[in-house]
Design a protein around this ligand. Sequence first.
Ligand SMILES: Cc1cc2nc3c(=O)[nH]c(=O)nc-3n(C[C@H](O)[C@H](O)[C@H](O)COP(=O)(O)OP(=O)(O)OC[C@H]3O[C@@H](n4cnc5c(N)ncnc54)[C@H](O)[C@@H]3O)c2cc1C
Length: 408
Amino acid sequence: MTAPGVRSSGQTALAELPSASVEVLVAGAGPAGAAAAGRLADAGLDVLLVDRARFPRTKVCGEGLGHDARHHLERLGLWDGIAAAGHVLPAARALAPTGRSVAVPGPFVTLPRADLDARLARWAVGRGAVFVRAGVRTVDDAGRSVSVVLAEGRRERIVRARWLVLATGAAPGLGTGLGLVRGGPTAVALRGHLETQATLPDELLGLFARSLAPGYGWVFPLGGGRCNVGAVAWDAGVGRRGPPVSRRLARLSAHPAVRGLFDRGRLEARPRAAQVRSGLRGVLTPARGAVLGVGDAIAAALPLTNEGIGKALETGLIAAEAIVAVRGGDGDAAGLYCTRIERELAPVYRGFLAAERWAARPWLVGLAAWCVARSPRLAEGLARIVTEAHDPREVFSVRAVLDGVLRR
Ligand SMILES: Cc1cc2nc3c(=O)[nH]c(=O)nc-3n(C[C@H](O)[C@H](O)[C@H](O)COP(=O)(O)OP(=O)(O)OC[C@H]3O[C@@H](n4cnc5c(N)ncnc54)[C@H](O)[C@@H]3O)c2cc1C
């Protein structure tokens, strides 16, 4: 059944699969897989996009779209429709444990993932990708091609492809078996949907507090008196233990800045948890042979903010461009892709990783907020971090503290 307000995504049953051989098989139709499939089909490749879930499907997420996601959705020509369907917020605000807050100008948009992902899948189908409901059961990687067993219920089909784009998200499994990643998630997050009679803020709200460390809580308004609420526990990624993530949501609801929303509201359903992998942590290689990993499957989300939609889109597009560049020749798409990830994204991750380690200590978040309030240069720098025009270490570092003290 299609969720209210969400149109179909062009997904068909495995029984309707037209061919047992394609140029590219894209496994997973989240933002990473849909972006890759659409861009590849656009370039004239024969693309099969598969997802084990029946679309539209939801995904445990904060459902916030920041500058990074916006930039890539604009490249796909989808941003205006998404902004019109979603809830637009002029700013995002981070609240430090000291009570001091810093705001970053938007626009930011919230949109339920069922809607966002259905739009992306529909876009990929519109570019020429075939979208089938099927789970990838096994992959036989022969180096220059793959043979994949697809399953829907008891029905199975073997499909051969010159390339496999692995976009199956943060849960381990296929990526580990194919030698792309190892180890567990870098964080765990829990989110719920709150309906409230209280007035919601006109901003995305991120709350740093001793009771929520290491990590943060969030309240992201969705419009119509609803908001997405949650907490992320960075424990595994930063090597510091805090309370279980389930307890952190209760602690968020007791935070003085948002308690009123919870007191006058109710959670629509039981909150759900999901793994987070960020900053390329645990990645052995983003691609090898005929397999290119994209999005959460290679821990592409940004540390610190844990935004992953933008980087899922970006890695999906880079993987597609690498395949298009070597198509018809003898070139190495995996090698090209790895080079671009290392050159274009690895430096960004290094900055955000350093900032996450800093922000894992509540007193350092307080100090950073104090410095930003005193230094116009740092305040401007903070706004530029979210557009990736600025290295986060410009704000979360000893040098930044000195800037704050000297009021530069
Ligand atoms: C609680 C939480 C809050 C978050 N909040 C935000 C936020 O506000 N903003 C933001 O930008 N990011 C946020 N993120 C991160 C964001 O959700 C992810 O980074 C993003 O969804 C990654 O996209 P993806 O396409 O790589 O994977 P997914 O969106 O996870 O898509 C993977 C797809 O693969 C399919 N799949 C899995 N296994 C198989 C298989 N074997 N065969 C076939 N299909 C398969 C799944 O059904 C799924 O549809 C949040 C994450 C969490 C956990």
